[in-house]
Design a protein around this ligand. Structure first.
Ligand SMILES: C[S@@+](CC[C@H](N)C(=O)[O-])C[C@H]1O[C@@H](n2cnc3c(N)ncnc32)[C@H](O)[C@@H]1O
Length: 463
């Protein structure tokens, strides 16, 4: 490590900034964001006329010896000779100095910064590659929850109140860990700041008085398969979980994103084996949360679209367990995007119906009568093995057998396969699509899809 990252309190004295070019202005913005009192020296009246900036003391000419007294830092980009002179004078006056793009003249450098208010991350490459530092910053920006700075500020406001109760003999470190990792943190980062603050006040009042700690459950949508389609919130949940209960639909690529030490429990139906059943899943979720663990219930697609997330949420709430739901990209959206298939189309398709072909009464008993209008796109989930009943039901209800259809199998996964044709041929298309999971899309919009256009192209080439 060549440079030690330190956090400067710039309110303790003026920062001298010298220069009027783009580099100096960029530093001006960073210094202002950090609340610095800036004395900006420009070298000509013309520069001064163009140097409008709020809350800055503007001076024309180089800083004199008196200006260095009490300065917390000097930052300059004013031309080679002037920069060298300023660097020498700063060092002689023991004022930390940064000459832009001249680490050889500087006693400190500016890191790449992730700024979330009270939470600041500094990234440096020792000046070797500012571009790499910026890339790393972008990655960290995406990983940090949006409200993390406000969350830090909230905890800062209550630190003294908690510390005043330390005589009760509890560990403040463990207290804050529970706040950060538990329901209070989850609520706050989900935007429920008032509820989170109320829960924090209550927790502080009870600190050291009652021991039982309770975990919480996040019901998380994993999307259709491609791990890059996980939401940032889902990724945060996976990376902070103690235990993850997953369905078979969730791809191994996604499970590889789970925190390494977390326990992973498969509860769905797997390769013909029955799962443990909904009642048993609910019981285990409740038990793990009551034992104080951070539980993730991971589901393919979105938990509230044919995912039984609603039942699980109710079961948990009935037991008084804190539960939050993280939405996921449902199969219809993921598969359609991959296949270049717009689910609605101006004037042509003005309605989208999401239906399941897997009902307790059987696919033959489904009422398709509301789905016959040409302007309605129908996305059929769980219809691969009952494709004949889907076709027969729709046609009997009045949908044109020439309506374009697509069978989108294993959508967004490496072995995804899209096949298109018309409603009358749906069973043959489903058979040709191979293994599930697969989604059936019925509607004129299918003719806009990439797969349809490619199929037409092949036919024309064959003629
Ligand atoms: C029990 S439902 C779960 C749906 C999920 N909650 C969602 O929002 O996508 C399972 C059905 O979703 C559809 N499905 C899920 N993932 C899919 C994928 N990657 N490709 C195609 N269809 C998928 C299939 O119709 C499958 O039979």
């Amino acid at each position: 490590m060549r440079y030690l990252p330190l956090f400067f309190d710039l309110s303790k004295g003026p920062v001298i900034l010298v220069g009027a070019g783009a580099e100096a202005r960029a530093k001006l913005r960073i210094l202002q964001a950090a609340g610095a009192a800036i004395r900006w020296h420009v070298l000509s009246r013309d520069d001064a006329n163009n140097a409008y900036a709020k809350d800055v003391e503007l001076r024309i000419g180089l800083p004199g010896a008196d200006d260095f007294l009490g300065a917390v830092a000097l930052v300059a980009s004013a031309g080679r000779d002037i920069d060298e002179e300023l660097a020498a004078r700063s060092r002689a006056m023991n004022v930390p100095v940064n000459i832009v793009d001249r680490p050889d003249l500087s006693t400190f450098i500016f890191p790449s910064i992730v700024d979330r208010g009270d939470v600041v991350v500094a990234i440096g490459t020792g000046g070797a590659s500012p571009v790499l530092a910026r890339r790393l910053r972008e990655t960290i920006e995406q990983l940090l929850p949006e409200r993390i700075g406000e969350f830090a500020a909230l905890m800062g406001r209550y630190r003294d109140r908690l510390h005043a109760l330390r005589h009760r003999g509890f560990s403040t470190r463990q207290f804050w860990e529970r706040v950060i990792d538990g329901p209070i943190g989850t609520l706050f980062l989900a935007g429920r700041s008032a509820r989170a603050e109320a829960a924090l006040i209550l927790a502080i009042e009870r600190a050291g008085l009652d021991a039982p700690k309770q975990g919480h459950v996040q019901i998380v949508g994993a999307g259709p398969g491609d791990p890059d389609l996980l939401t940032l919130k889902a990724l945060h949940a996976l990376q902070s979980a103690d235990i993850v209960f997953t369905d078979d639909l969730v791809s191994p690529d996604i499970l590889s994103r789970v925190r390494r030490d977390a326990e992973i429990v498969h509860v769905g139906k797997r390769k013909g084996q029955p799962g443990i059943g909904q009642e048993a899943i609910n019981r285990r979720l409740v038990a793990e949360a009551k034992a104080g663990r951070k539980v993730v219930r991971l589901k393919g697609g979105d938990p509230f679209i044919f995912g039984r997330g609603g039942e699980e949420r109710e079961a948990l709430e009935e037991e008084g367990i804190a539960v939050t739901v993280v939405p996921g990209i449902t199969a219809a959206l993921g598969c359609a995007a991959e296949a270049g298939l717009p689910l609605t189309f101006r004037k042509e398709a003005t309605r989208l119906s999401i239906v399941t072909a897997n009902t307790a009464e059987g696919a033959e008993k489904i009422d398709w009568s509301g789905l016959t209008d040409r302007a309605t796109t129908v996305a059929v989930y769980m219809g691969l093995t009952t494709a004949s009943a889907v076709r027969d039901g729709l046609v009997a209800a009045g949908r044109d057998p020439r309506t374009p259809v697509a069978v989108l199998a294993r959508g967004t996964r490496p072995d995804s396969h899209a096949i298109t044709g018309t409603l009358s041929h749906l069973p043959a298309l489903a058979a040709a699509a191979g293994q599930g999971p697969a989604l059936i899309v019925v509607g004129d919009v299918v003719a806009h899809s990439r797969a349809w256009k490619e199929a037409v192209g092949h036919l024309e080439a064959a003629e």
